[in-house]
Design a protein around this ligand. Sequence first.
Ligand code: 2PG
Ligand code: MG
Length: 437
Amino acid sequence: MNGRAIRSVHARRVWDSRGRPTVEAEVSLQDDSIGRAIVPAGASRGTREALDLRDSTARFGGLDVLGAVGNVNGEIARVVIGCAADDQAGLDQRLIDLDATPAKTRLGANATLAVSMAAAHAAAASLHLPLYRYLGGPDATMLPLPQIQIFGGGAHAGRRIDIQDFMVVCPGARDFGQAIEWSAEVYRCAGVLMQQRGSRFGVADEGGWWPDFATNEQALETLVTAIERAGFVPGGQVAIALDVAASEFGRQGRYTLALESRQLDSDALIELLLRWIDRYPIVSIEDPLAEDDAQAFARFTQAAGHRLQIVGDDLLVSHAPLVRQAAAIGAANTVLLKPNQRGTLTETLRAWQAAQSVGYAGIVSARSGETEDTTIVHLAIGWQAGQIKVGAFARGERMAKWNEALRIEERLGGRARFAGAAVFGCNRPKAPASAGR
Ligand code: 2PG
Ligand code: MG
């Protein structure tokens, strides 16, 4: 019998960084190798994401996952026991077929993903390889450029401000370790600045400083000041990345900036963002428009996509067909990759492959509800995605990822490469007319 055949699958309820229930799965192989993984959870979710299955009881605010846990220990275990853990595509196809719904609404993407990831860990353990090496082979040596949150907002900060993520990237850093050091210094200086202004009130869900600002733009101004206080040149060395998460405050082309008590239509929001791009060293904007505003998303990409990275999160939900659709109308030039938006590693990888085939860049991303699980770091390196987004430089569930990447960089030694500024060169948009071909 194949030593990498799955002998047993066991799920349990564990808890995420918001103190909410989530699913952990353990997969054991015939050769005694074990893999374990925990699924994260989003707060600002795209409507086309696969289902994060929660119980219908009122327990824990209706967020319990005993049903999803039961699905793993029952139906899923029965079907995957005996499968080869090192045939990820075959295993994931079994999960997809077993669920048999387009968005994993029967078993839950949290149930299927826990098993999909745990099986990958078990296969890697059986081969005595770190997961990134198992997934990517000997050429998987490129550390991703990190996007690190400095201020949290939107759904992660009680909607204190409208824009969700104010992040830094370090295109001027020579390696991953230096990008982390620079970001750490900016994060610290931002905290000191907030303290001096009397507005340091702890952190938001992903560890960014609590956004006590009068306007959304004030957060941008403060971020530039923090970069300068940390001793860096804004732009060349340390630049800004935003996740507008516009689906959270806009639908059908109407956007409400609650903090500033004003309403904008799609074109006015585009104008505002273009003004910010002129004024601030912004190199990446995620979800500038809402998921139901794809034509405006395309207009924004047309206007700004040659100057910066435009990332589809809610618009694309890590789904290959949506990536191809977006490319056909010229919306976005980069895909955000969150495995729990689809529910298996294979489908997430397909979204990345679809992105590469239309010339889009990729960012592997954590969710706002995270745990100590570090699988996404291995995906970013194993799949050579080039970028990673984990949240801020605080809170254990975030630091677990940064620290894991540092370990891998050290392990790779002289073979380690760094995606660096080059990632922004590979994703210039194609003209809409040819993008779909
Ligand atoms: C996002 C993520 C991470 P959430 O919108 O990109 O910042 O948030 O996990 O809540 O969807
Ligand atoms: Mg997002």
